[in-house]
Design a protein around this ligand. Structure first.
Ligand code: 13P
Length: 343
C-alpha cells in the first residue's frame, strides 16, 4: 500500500520533532524482567508501583525537555496513571516530548543456530500498533541482537534479524508510526575493534538491503545502532577517537543519507564512555549527513537509579543525577562535551 499524504505528514512531523539538534531519546522501555534485574542489583523492590514511581521521577525531572525529545516507554507504562496527568503520553506531550513504545516481544533462540537470538512479535503487530496509536504513541522500537564469537553472528542470524527489522518497519510506516530500527551488535566478548567493525558493517549492510526490499521509506525511520567498540573483555585499549572513527566509517559505508537521524544505544558502556564517544563523533560533524544523537537507557539512567534506591527522600538527588547525564549527552550531540564537566 502506498502511504496517504496524511500518514506521510504524520511520519515527517514525528521525525522532525525527535531529530532536533542537541536533543536525544531516553529509552525507558526495559521489560519487567530487565528492570527487575536492575532494581534487584540495588535492592530496590520491583513492583508495578515502584516501576511507575521510578519512571515518573525520570519524566518529571525539572528541565528534561531541554535535552530529551522522545521517550521510549514499556507497554505497562502506557496504561499507568501518573500523579500529575491522566497518562504518561499526555504528561510527555505537555512538555513537548514525543512518546514512543517498545513493540517487540523479546528474544528467542533461532533453531539450528549456536543459540543465536531473534526477536518475536510480528504476529498481530499491526493490530497492536493501532491500539498504541490510540494511546498517543507516535513512534515505536524493535531490537534485534547479534553476538560476536568465532562462529557468530551466522549468516542465518544476520539474514533472519535483518528481515524481521524490515518487516516490522514496513508495518509501522503503513500505520503512521515512525520505526526505530535497533540492530544491536553486543559488546560481550573479547573481540577486537577490527572484528566489531567488520560485523557492524555486515549487519548494517544487510539491514538496509532488507529495508529496501520491503520498500521502507528511509526518510521516515530512526536508526539505533551500536557504537563500533571492542568487546568488553578485549585486552587492548581503544581511545574515543578510534571508536568514533571506526563508527563513522562503518555508518558512511552502510547508511544512506536519506536516513534523518542516528540515535546510538549505549550497550553496556559506562555513562562517561558513552558520552565521550558520542562527542568524539562530532569531530566529523561538518560531513555527517544525519543527525547524530543518543537513545540511551543504562548510560542515562545508571547514576539516577543508584541515587534513588527506591526512597522518596532521594527523588531530588536522583533527578539531578539524571539531568546531569541528559545535559552532558545533549552537549555531546553538539560536540561541546568536555570530560571536565563531569565534576
Ligand atoms: P542501552 O542504552 O542500555 O544499551 O539500552 C538501549 C536500549 O533501548 C536497548 O534496547
Amino acid at each position: 500500500m502506498i502511504a496517504s499524504s496524511a500518514i506521510t505528514n504524520e511520519l515527517e512531523k514525528t521525525v522532525a520533532s525527535i531529530a532536533r539538534p542537541g536533543k536525544g531519546i531516553l529509552a525507558a522501555d526495559e521489560s519487567t524482567g530487565t528492570i527487575s534485574k536492575r532494581f534487584n542489583a540495588l535492592k530496590i523492590p520491583c513492583t508495578e508501583e515502584s516501576r511507575k514511581a521510578y519512571r515518573e521521577l525520570l519524566f518529571t525531572s525539572p528541565g528534561i525537555e531541554q535535552y530529551i525529545s522522545g521517550i521510549i516507554l514499556f507497554e505497562e507504562t502506557l496504561y499507568q496513571k501518573p500523579e500529575i496527568a491522566n497518562t504518561f503520553p499526555e504528561l510527555l506531550l505537555e512538555k513537548g516530548i514525543i512518546p514512543g513504545v517498545k513493540v517487540d516481544k523479546g528474544l528467542i533462540n533461532i533453531a539450528n543456530s549456536q543459540s543465536e537470538k531473534t526477536t518475536q512479535g510480528l504476529d498481530g503487530l499491526a493490530e497492536r500498533l493501532e491500539t498504541y496509536k490510540r494511546s498517543s504513541t507516535k513512534f515505536v522500537k524493535w531490537r534485534e541482537v547479534f553476538s560476536i564469537s568465532d562462529l557468530t553472528p551466522s549468516r542465518l542470524a544476520i539474514q533472519t534479524n535483518a528481515e524481521n527489522l524490515a518487516r516490522y518497519a514496513a508495518i509501522c510506516q503503513e500505520i503512521g508510526l515512525v520505526p526505530i530500527i535497533e540492530p544491536e551488535v553486543l559488546i560481550d566478548g573479547n573481540h577486537t575493534l577490527i572484528k566489531s567493525f567488520e560485523i557492524c558493517e555486515e549487519v548494517l549492510h544487510q539491514v538496509f538491503h532488507r529495508l529496501h526490499l520491503h520498500k521502507v521509506v528511509l526518510e521516515h525511520i530512526i536508526l539505533k545502532p551500536s557504537m563500533v567498540t571492542p568487546g568488553k573483555t578485549c585486552l587492548s585499549k581503544t581511545s574515543p577517537k578510534e571508536i568514533a572513527e571506526a563508527t563513522i566509517q562503518v555508518l558512511c559505508r552502510t547508511v544512506p543519507c536519506a536516513v534523518p537521524s542516528i540515535n546510538f544505544l549505549s550497550g553496556g558502556q559506562s555513562p562517561e564512555d558513552a558520552t565521550q564517544n558520542l562527542n568524539s563523533m562530532h569531530r566529523f560533524r561538518n560531513v555527517l549527513p544525519w543527525n547524530v544523537s543518543f537513545s540511551f537507557s543504562r548510560a542515562l539512567q545508571e547514576p539516577c537509579m543508584k541515587a534513588w534506591l527506591g526512597k522518596t527522600q532521594n527523588i531530588l538527588t536522583a533527578q539531578d543525577a539524571f539531568i546531569k547525564r541528559a545535559k552532558l549527552n545533549s552537549l555531546a550531540c553538539l560536540g561541546e562535551y568536555d570530560s571536565t564537566l563531569e565534576s
